[in-house]
Design a protein around this ligand. Structure first.
Ligand SMILES: [Zn+2]
Length: 409
């Protein structure tokens, strides 16, 4: 027998697909009342194992339609729409991820083998049976005429003017609040502390994000204290990013350096724990001492810090942080202090989604303090962070295979 693991030459290179758990068959059999068809399996370097769509659909007496972005397969009156070149399948008005993807090579269309081995036998179990030992798909069940009528195919989701898909959610966290003032705001106007500035910028950021079509969840909108350990939890599974806003400050004992140290940095979970990152972690975790009446205590903090369940979105958090630093650099008068990692920051350690903490500037630096307390420059800071978040979400959409407007796909 000839091993027919043919490698299709295609334009562009990428990482090879994860190797399937079962040995890859060189061909599969489709068995129906009309006869048997042997269908070759091809391993594509990028898209994974695929079968020729035309042969499969003919064998199953279905229909095949391709438009610019989608390949639609109609079987047993059900519509399956594959996004070409991206691992996504639209079925029953839902979009679900795939291990590989459909594509066109020269005049032929190919479908992921997964469609035959997993999807058809699962979603149309009354009609198709997959035998993994014999690599055989069997058509069973009633004649097509007695099957339920198909649901209408979902319309392709329309995009916002900035190219984003609607439906993104970002959690904005204004640091501190209530009886926790945050840092005293040495060079802020009289009576203004960190908690006021974080709330003012957070509310502006909320408005900027809403204008960009992003839904916003706020941890607080008033001068109230939210437990440090509860904040990241506002960013639930449907939330794309947790953004915590803070104001940095040097210790009063470092007074002589107040004029020299300025600028903004963004902290993400990681293990670098530089001196600067540790300083910030100690300063921000200190907020927990205002919570003696809450259901959390210092024991909880110890627990959170000892039992860090590593956040699985390190790369996403790092990219969001980079973009925030880039955009803030355009409007900030202080130094760009870069992205820093800490696994000792309680508010980030409780995050289970991509998460960043932005230290917008030093209240102990006169220039930074002016920038952060002035309404107009607060607006500029909020606009920059909002732009960075939109850039991050566009990249994220592109990476997950959903083409964005203007990306040329
Ligand atoms: Zn703070």
């Amino acid at each position: 027998m000839i091993a027919a693991l043919l490698l299709l030459a295609r334009v562009g290179w990428g990482a090879p697909p994860a190797s399937p758990t079962l040995p890859l068959p060189s061909a599969i059999t489709v068995a129906t009342a009309r006869g048997e068809t042997i269908i070759p399996v091809t391993l594509d370097w990028e898209a994974g194992p695929v079968v020729p769509a035309g042969t499969l659909v003919t064998a199953l007496n279905g229909a095949l339609r391709a438009d610019q972005a989608w390949l639609e397969v109609v079987l047993a009156r059900q519509s399956f729409r594959f996004l070409l070149g991206a691992p996504l399948l639209a079925f029953n008005e839902r979009i679900q991820p795939l291990a590989g993807w459909a594509f066109q090579a020269r005049d032929s269309l190919f479908l992921p083998l997964q469609f035959v081995t997993e999807i058809l036998p699962e979603v149309l179990a009354e009609r198709y049976e997959w035998d993994p030992t014999r690599y055989r798909l069997r058509e069973i069940g009633p004649p097509v005429a007695s099957l339920p009528a198909p649901r209408p195919a979902p319309a392709a989701p329309s995009r916002l003017p900035n190219g984003l898909l609607p439906g993104h959610v970002v959690t904005v966290d204004a640091g501190h609040g209530g009886r926790d003032p945050g840092n005293p705001g040495v060079f802020f106007p009289r009576g203004m502390t960190e908690k006021d500035v974080t709330l003012q910028v957070a509310l502006l950021l909320r408005d900027e994000l809403k204008q960009r079509g992003v839904k916003v969840v706020m941890t607080r909108t008033t001068d109230t204290l939210i437990s440090l350990l509860d904040r990241a939890g506002y960013c639930t599974t449907e939330c794309d990013l947790f953004v915590s806003l803070h104001v940095d400050a040097l210790d009063a004992r470092a007074r002589r350096r107040f004029g020299d140290i300025s600028g903004f940095h963004t902290i993400i979970i990681g293990e670098e724990n530089t001196e600067d990152a540790d300083r910030i972690a100690a300063m921000e975790n200190d907020a927990l001492r205002f919570e003696e009446n809450s259901r959390h205590g210092t024991n909880d903090l110890d627990f959170i810090l000892r039992n860090l369940q590593m956040n699985e979105y390190l790369r996403e958090s790092a990219r969001a942080a980079e973009l925030v630093q880039d955009r803030l650099d355009d409007v900030h008068t202080g130094d760009n202090r870069g992205v820093k990692q800490s696994n000792r920051l309680a508010v980030l350690n409780t995050a289970r989604r991509p998460a960043i903490l932005v230290e917008m500037g030093f209240a102990t630096n006169p220039g930074d303090a002016r920038l952060m307390s002035n309404r107009k420059s607060q607006q500029a800071l909020a606009t920059s962070v909002a732009d960075a978040i939109v850039a991050y979400l566009l990249e994220y959409e592109r990476k997950t295979g959903i083409p964005t407007v203007g990306s040329g796909r």
